[in-house]
Design a protein around this ligand. Sequence first.
Ligand SMILES: Nc1ncnc2c1ncn2[C@@H]1O[C@H](COP(=O)(O)OP(=O)(O)OP(=O)(O)O)[C@@H](O)[C@H]1O
Length: 313
Amino acid sequence: MDNAPLTISGRAAVETGPLLAVDARGITKRFGRVAAVAGVDLQIARGEIVAFLGPNGAGKSTTIDMLLGLAKPDSGSVSVFGRSPRAAIAQGFVSAVLQTGGLLNDLTVRETVELTASVFADARPVDEVLERAGIREIGDRMVGKCSGGQQQRLRFAMALLSDPGLLILDEPTTGMDVEGRRDFWSAIRADAARGRTVVFATHYLDEADAYADRIVLLRQGRIVADGTAAEIRNLASGRVVHATIPDADPVALAAIPGVERVEARGERFAITTQDSDTLARTLLTTTTARDLEITGQNLENAFLALTSEGQDR
Ligand SMILES: Nc1ncnc2c1ncn2[C@@H]1O[C@H](COP(=O)(O)OP(=O)(O)OP(=O)(O)O)[C@@H](O)[C@H]1O
């Protein structure tokens, strides 16, 4: 299997074979008494952009480690483009952008990429990867003088050298400001438009919402939801009624039939309910509520509903 012919994105983006980028079947990984990954089945098609989302300790990094061959599953199997993760990496089909490490402060951005390129038999041209990562203009800057966002883009540039079919990013924008995150993702998105498969773990729901075709929601080592952002939002039923209610009594609000959760920010309330008509009627006729707004569930509510304690699916 490991020697199957393969043409991947980048150099030959148009030629895509039938192989899945990732095919994980029943993978588990324990650390002592902790089941970090407790039976994950995951098939990722070529060209998909997939976000792993989940609370701390959900098993995102452990799953990524197994996709990268850095950790061996206790049971189950992982294949990447039809071969073992290690073989896929050795052949340049997979690259990773991890959060830390791997950079020398005393080299320039360009020198860093050149040095990395020298270890590949068949690397992409340095200018091309600098351009694709959006850092060509800072090629002469010392790495130690680059911002966190620029350093992550440098890691991205290094990851592009082998023109991998699969790019794996573990919380790539942690610590970046809003603009840095937006710029970083535009570079990733533009590159992924060429057919590259991208898998990333994140804590930022808005990133998963904005940049992933598909969200895999993990909790306690298991997949609790898998779908588009819209599909995940729909898994959390009910509506949210927003209203400004001076002198409100939160206990009385929570007692209105259908109400599931009451959150207040000053006089502005967000009330999650299974019956928004009854709630709106009650608010308008029995309280001082004004400026009512009724919306569907957002990704954050769905995330909390699907990953909170007591949810056992
Ligand atoms: N090397 C290790 N030794 C012991 N326990 C570990 C190890 N690596 C992970 N774990 C445990 O496995 C579980 C899953 O951890 P993992 O890092 O995969 O979660 P995560 O979803 O990436 O979390 P975070 O969002 O906090 O990065 C956690 O309970 C963690 O403490």
